[in-house]
Design a protein around this ligand. Structure first.
Ligand code: NAP
Length: 267
């Protein structure tokens, strides 16, 4: 088998939450650029199905595999990263994409919901980054891309825990970018607006259930926040992530880039 010749060939990307939605689109895109890709998630069945689909389009020499972990659990993360490195070599690109968005008015946000939003979205990013960074520093090359959200840049009602966690992810991105700036490792965030995945499907179901609006009206309401009057597609987020992973993006670090049709304009 000959090696792949894409711009990321010979490199190993680990995509958390790679079994579906935005993560699966990112995995497909990095694979197309020649990287070997490991998907990480909790649902082995979904991960296996996505791995099968990706193997059908994988360039020669690019390895596609998966590991299971709950990113909020330090031991589980450590085991998964060790297994990933054993399968496909040291991780040189980490895409912290796994996340959960649960909504509730602030006064109905109990401590358990608050903690879960912080654990999965923020601590999960911290734990995976701690697991991956040492090998990047050893190699003198690495890319960390955190899939945050426009909710990491501006406020939204009824998702205070999620919003606080995603703001935290952007703070972590900026701080770590400075620590690694002279070491060949870039750290950036992409911030999608409402994107067509299960998260939006659940948000639509929630609006329908709570307000009596139709599904079409609920979707239109979410899309209307985007000046382009549409939902972002997972592939558009994946393209931004893949760009930040390129060797040619070495000068870009510490950025939080909205992929949101103009909904948020970073100052
Ligand atoms: P999704 O379709 O619901 O996928 C979420 C992924 O995260 C799944 O693959 C899930 O895998 C994984 N995950 C969740 N909790 C996990 C945990 N504790 N440990 C390991 N993996 C976990 O959502 P998506 O829309 O693609 O979201 C991807 C990222 O984009 C999230 O960080 C989300 O906050 C962000 N985002 C989404 C939107 C949007 O509108 N869709 C907008 C802005 C930002 P398992 O079920 O296998 O664990």
């Amino acid at each position: 088998m000959t090696g792949s010749t894409g711009s990321l060939s010979g490199r190993h990307a680990l995509v958390t939450g790679g079994g579906r939605g935005i993560g699966a689109a990112i995995a497909r895109r990095l694979l197309a650029d020649g990287a070997s890709v490991t998907l990480l998630g909790r649902d082995a069945g979904a991960l296996q199905a996505t791995v099968q689909a990706l193997r059908e389009v994988a360039p020669a020499g690019a390895v596609v595999s998966f590991v299971t972990a709950d990113i909020a659990d330090a031991d589980s993360v450590a085991r998964a990263f060790a297994a990933a490195a054993e399968q496909s070599g040291p991780v040189s690109m980490l895409i912290n994409n796994a996340g959960q968005a649960h909504s509730a008015p602030f006064l109905k946000t109990n401590a358990a919901l608050w903690q879960r939003m912080l654990d999965v979205n923020l601590t999960g990013t911290f734990l995976c980054t701690q697991a991956a960074l040492p090998a990047m520093l050893d190699a003198g090359w690495g890319r960390i891309v955190n899939v945050a959200s426009t909710a990491g840049l501006i406020g939204y009602g009824y998702v205070s825990g999620y919003c606080a966690a995603k703001h935290g992810v952007i703070g972590l991105t900026r701080a770590l970018a400075l620590e690694t700036a002279a070491k060949g490792v870039t750290v950036n965030a992409v911030c999608p607006g409402y994107t067509e995945t299960d998260i939006v499907r659940d948000a639509v179901a929630n609006i329908v259930g709570k307000t009596g609006r139709t599904e079409t009206e609920a979707r239109a309401e979410l899309a209307a926040r985007n000046p382009q009057r549409r939902l972002v597609q997972p592939e558009e987020v994946a393209d931004a992530v893949a760009w930040l992973c390129q060797p040619s993006a070495a000068a870009i670090t510490g950025q939080a880039i909205p992929v949101a049709g103009g909904e948020v304009m970073a100052g």
